[in-house]
Write a protein that binds this ligand. Structure first.
Ligand SMILES: Nc1ncnc2c1ncn2[C@@H]1O[C@H](COS(=O)(=O)NC(=O)[C@@H](N)CS)[C@@H](O)[C@H]1O
Length: 439
């Protein structure tokens, strides 16, 4: 993409309403724009990152055996009356009336709707286990939306829902998601620690939040330091192995880790000082087992092997892709701007032409742009008529992992400069070696 033809509304000054670094940088880097309180437009650079985050979430959901569908954002109030949550959900629910004065709502979550879909088709235990998920916008009328997309009112959520014949089966579905979550966040360069959590309005009695440690996190968390060095489940993990997954979950829940709501100070104090981590954290995922909480009132049942009808045991599993982008920035930035992990970067390479209008430089940049693109790299070519300092500052701010700098002096010697954004390391190399170096 040529920057002169892209849409990247960089802000010169730091927006005063932004209180945390991710909010400041997402506004300054032209990634989002607030349209109303807690409601954002995703501008092209932000959307590219959101799509990459979603791609990783999708890959790991699919690897675990979950099946993707897409449910609507607008839901019927009657559906929520079946579970008894319509009134219980409170002021966070955006209630709507359609032209026929039918009571509708903008979905804050989809347990009722997925249960209605399930009960419409599944009658036999032979069709279980089943895990259905979607990545869909939600609305929660937060009393105090803040920190940009970290706590917004309209936000993107991957929400998955599992269906099993009994609790043992549901436990394996839970473990599949637990392991998928460990892999998902690690692939985005995040260290997410599963912590025992409260179940809140979703319900149930088994729940873990996946927390990344960040000084601006809203949650107060306590955990054993060794978690930070645990290996992530390998890509070859057998998601059908019940004992195999239980072993991974046991390992990842073997040491102390809790959010403030579930904190047991006595247990935590039992740890040696050098193993105690108490920090702020950002909840990037939350998983729940809640048995028949929805299947019972909504009549979602299957014929079991015993010829009896059984209400299905369910769980739900949420990840916040839009919140994740803010969390990644909180965990990976410096004084010059964002430092994207390569897996989620909006572009792979920033190609900086230091003398637009100089025939040799334009020719070299154009040729390298075409070669890198042909080699499968996503390149943002800064072809603006802008002084070098401004190009360096923009490339650092928007956090593209690699910068290729081409100017007339270096070019005269057949050389270009390569800068690695994360480490700041620079190297000079022949123009002809760049494609091989970056692919
Ligand atoms: N206001 C919000 N802004 C941005 N992300 C949010 C917001 N509320 C929740 N999230 C994200 O959505 C994830 C799941 O939300 S949740 O309430 O914990 N879980 C559920 O809604 C369940 N239905 C899981 S399917 C959270 O872990 C968080 O990452």
């Amino acid at each position: 993409m040529r920057l002169s033809r892209f849409f990247l509304p960089i802000l010169r000054e730091t927006p005063k309403e932004a209180e945390i670094v991710s909010h400041r940088l997402m506004l300054r880097a032209g990634m989002i724009r607030q349209e109303s309180a807690g409601i954002y437009a995703w501008l092209p650079l932000g959307l590219k990152v959101l799509n990459k985050v979603n791609a990783i979430v999708r890959e790991e959901q699919n690897r675990s055996g979950a099946v993707e569908l897409l449910m609507p954002t607008i839901q019927s109030a009657d559906l929520w009356r079946e579970s008894g949550r319509y009134d219980a959900y409170g002021k966070e629910m955006l209630r709507i009336q359609d032209r026929h004065e039918r009571e509708m709502l903008f979905g804050p979550t989809n347990e009722e709707m997925i249960t209605e879909i399930f009960r419409g088709y599944v009658r036999s235990y032979k069709d279980l286990p089943l895990n259905l998920y979607h990545i869909q916008w939600k609305f929660r009328d937060e009393v105090r939306p803040r920190f940009g997309v970290m706590r917004s009112r309209e936000f993107l959520m991957k929400d998955a829902y599992s269906f099993d014949i009994d609790q043992a089966g549901a436990r394996h579905s839970y473990n599949r998601m637990f392991v998928a979550y460990l892999r998902t966040f690690a692939r985005m360069g995040l260290k997410a620690i599963p912590m025992k959590a409260d179940t809140g309005p979703i319900g149930g009695d088994l729940s873990h939040e996946f927390i990344i440690l960040a000084s601006t996190g809203e949650s107060e968390v306590f955990c054993h330091k060794d978690y930070l060095d645990f290996d992530i489940p390998a890509v070859e993990t057998d998601f059908d192995s019940v004992p195999g997954l239980q072993g991974i979950v046991d390992k990842w829940t073997s040491l102390y880790a809790a959010t403030s709501e579930m904190h047991d100070a006595t247990a935590f104090d039992g740890l040696s000082e050098d193993k105690k981590v108490s920090a702020r954290g950002i909840e990037v995922g939350h998983i729940f087992y809640f048995g028949t909480k929805y299947s019972k009132p909504m009549g979602a049942k299957v014929m079991g092997p015993d010829g009896q009808e059984h209400e299905v045991h369910m769980g739900s599993y949420g990840i916040g892709p839009s919140r994740l982008i803010a969390a990644i920035i909180e965990a990976s930035h410096d004084e010059n701007g964002i430092i994207w992990p390569e897996a989620v970067a909006p572009f792979d390479v920033a190609l900086l032409n230091l003398k637009v209008g100089d025939a040799a430089t334009d020719e070299a940049c154009g040729k390298l742009y075409r070669e890198l693109t042909a080699a499968g790299r996503d390149v943002l070519y800064d072809d603006r008529d802008e002084r070098p300092g401004g190009k360096f500052a923009t490339a650092d701010l928007i956090g593209i992992p690699w910068q290729v700098v081409i100017g007339p002096k270096g070019l005269a010697e057949g050389k270009v400069e390569l800068k690695h954004r994360a480490t700041g390391e620079r190297e000079v190399l022949p123009l002809g070696d760049v494609v091989a170096r970056l692919t």
